[in-house]
Design a protein around this ligand. Structure first.
Ligand SMILES: NC(=O)C1=CN([C@@H]2O[C@H](COP(=O)(O)OP(=O)(O)OC[C@H]3O[C@@H](n4cnc5c(N)ncnc54)[C@H](O)[C@@H]3O)[C@@H](O)[C@H]2O)C=CC1
Ligand SMILES: O=C(O)CCC(=O)C(=O)O
Length: 526
């Protein structure tokens, strides 16, 4: 039975799903060394933001197939190492959207009405109404940085509260911004014209320290900034100085450059800052959503099914997956075949998707072709997650072409590879019953199913040659299961494809090459 490690606290609803297919161990609060020591036992790991899945942990994770992040941000997972090791990383892109958006809105209203301080004051025995005069958000300007799932919800609610919404997101269309009633502006305008600024972007190289001394200096003296996205997007030292000097109105932070927040000058500030301990996703509803979402994906991957929200392989809708599944086998088989024909050090692979396969949803077939091509060298180390990266690292130049016109078969895949044995090309298609057919070899038409052991010869189509090869194989006790010749013109160049029952014994190939008229011969195992 598969084993799943749950190393952060996740909702019971997720544990129930995992328990249907695996032994589930819950071990929270592990150090990096403790996690590294036990991870080789596990097939899957489920985490929230607490566990840091470092390169060291992934190096040791020899049986791990999937890491499930019950939440959005995967910045606590070394995704590049996971990809290289062929481990799928999944998240729950929508399960906590509303929770995080509502937390940002709660922060905005808390800042505008001094709720945390007023609460503390009353609990401290006071009845001070003068110190807590607030300001309304109605008719104020809200600047939303990042108009994705969370930013869009914040914008919609802000709009409903009568706010003017400015937004900055270079990857969002004007049409989407119009739908949400937002005005797309550049960052400088957003900084200088907003009364409230709320961040809803991932932390990337581009967004690290986006809010720094220079950007803070552009803000209105009463501007309030909210970060419920990721620590490190705001330069905390610059924010501290700006707030201490009263240059902006306030800040509310749920996330920090280093978590848990340790010694920090931010804690010393007064009522112009609100700090929460990364609570954006902490609602009962969001925790059930993300736990179910991720547990279902872990279950599916352990059962050999695709994950719907993988961050390191393209996610596919069930419909598309249903259509592609048989063709994935075809692409992989052809990749394996052309790789063996082309020999070692393959330097290029041309993948041509034909007929209905020519649309963009067929992209996974390119990955499957690469997986097949590399499978001889890498065996089980190559999978759909790391095939592209492994190919790139080997310097294999990948060319993808698409041709929607229907050839002999309604949907077919053509692969051409160049390696130490020259340029070779194969085409394949599926029969109505889903059986794979190799339909051409180096441009010669054939119609053969793939077989565990195969022999291919390139030869001149002259009388007697087939008999000679047949007798030679007989002399070496090789049993032929099927044989077919493909040729373009009578007595011209031809290809012979033989399916044989056992691997070709050592020494047979050189003998075949000695037969008059044979120009090349290859043995392949699929
Ligand atoms: N505090 C918490 O507990 C939670 C925090 N989050 C964080 O909130 C953030 C947003 O999450 P979602 O809205 O679900 O993500 P999303 O992917 O739907 O939206 C992110 C948006 O940021 C935009 N973006 C990317 N780079 C940008 C840049 N350089 N400048 C401006 N815009 C840029 C993207 O185009 C996208 O529209 C993430 O960092 C996520 O990790 C999410 C859930 C809970
Ligand atoms: O798991 C959590 O509580 C944090 C959620 C979060 O930050 C995210 O989903 O990106």
């Amino acid at each position: 039975m598969a084993k799943v490690l749950v190393s952060d606290s996740v909702d019971e609803a997720g544990i129930k799903i995992l328990s249907q297919v695996a032994q589930v161990d819950i071990k929270t609060g592990l150090s990096e060394d403790e996690l590294t020591a036990i991870i080789p036992e596990y097939d899957a790991l489920m985490i929230r933001s607490g566990t840091k899945v470092t390169e060291k942990v992934i190096q040791a994770a020899d049986n791990l197939k999937i890491i499930g992040r019950a939440g959005v941000g995967v910045d606590n997972v070394h995704v590049a190492s996971a990809t290289r090791k062929g481990i799928v990383v999944v998240n729950s892109p929508e399960g906590n959207t509303i929770a995080a958006a509502e937390h940002a809105l709660a922060m905005m209203l808390s800042l505008s009405r001094h709720i945390p301080d007023a609460n503390q004051s009353v609990k401290g025995g006071k009845w001070d109404r003068k110190s807590y005069i607030g300001s309304e958000v109605y008719k104020k300007t809200l600047g939303v940085v990042g108009l994705g799932k969370i930013g869009s919800h914040v914008a919609k609610v802000g709009k409903a509260m009568g706010m003017k919404i400015l937004a900055y997101d270079p990857f969002i269309s004007q049409e989407r911004a119009n739908q949400l009633g937002c005005t797309l502006v550049d960052l400088d305008i957003l900084f200088s014209e907003s009364d409230y600024i709320t961040l809803h972007i991932p932390k990337t190289k581009e967004t690290a320290n986006l809010i720094n001394a220079q950007s803070l200096a552009k803000m209105k003296p009463h501007a309030r900034i909210i970060n419920c996205a990721r620590g490190g997007i705001i330069d905390e030292d610059a924010l501290y100085e700006t707030l201490k000097e009263g240059k902006i109105g306030g800040a509310a932070l749920d996330v920090f450059a280093s978590e848990p927040l340790g010694e920090s000058k931010l804690r010393e500030l007064g009522n112009n800052i609100i700090l929460t301990p990364h609570l954006g996703a902490s609602t009962a509803e969001a925790q059930v959503n993300v736990a179910i979402d991720v547990a279902e994906q872990i279950r599916d991957v352990l059962l050999g099914l695709p994950a719907r929200s993988a961050v390191n392989i393209p996610g596919l809708s069930p419909d598309v997956m249903e259509k592609l599944r048989p063709y994935m086998r075809l692409a992989e088989t052809l990749g394996n075949l052309v790789g063996q024909l082309a020999g070692d050090r393959v330097e290029s692979l041309n993948v041509k998707l034909q007929g209905d396969l020519a649309d963009n949803s067929s992209q996974p077939l390119v990955t499957a072709s690469l997986k097949g091509l590399l499978s001889k060298a890498l065996r089980e180390r190559v999978n759909y997650v790391n095939a592209a990266i492994e190919a790139k690292e080997r310097g294999i130049h990948l060319v993808e072409t698409r041709d929607a016109t229907i050839k002999d078969y309604s949907n077919s895949i053509y692969l051409e590879a160049v390696g130490t044995k020259g340029t070779h090309a194969v085409t394949g298609a599926l029969l109505n019953d889903g059986e794979i057919r190799i339909t051409s070899i180096n441009g010669f038409p054939v119609n053969v199913p793939p077989n565990a052991y195969m022999l291919f010869t390139l030869h001149r189509d002259v009388p007697g040659i087939i008999g000679k090869i047949g007798s030679l194989l007989g002399n070496f006790n090789v049993n032929i299961a099927s044989m077919q010749v493909g040729r373009k013109i009578v007595r011209g160049d031809a290809v012979m494809v033989l399916s044989i029952d056992d691997p070709l014994p050592e020494g047979v190939l050189p003998e075949i090459l000695k037969v008059g008229g044979v120009t090349d011969a290859y043995t392949v195992s699929l």
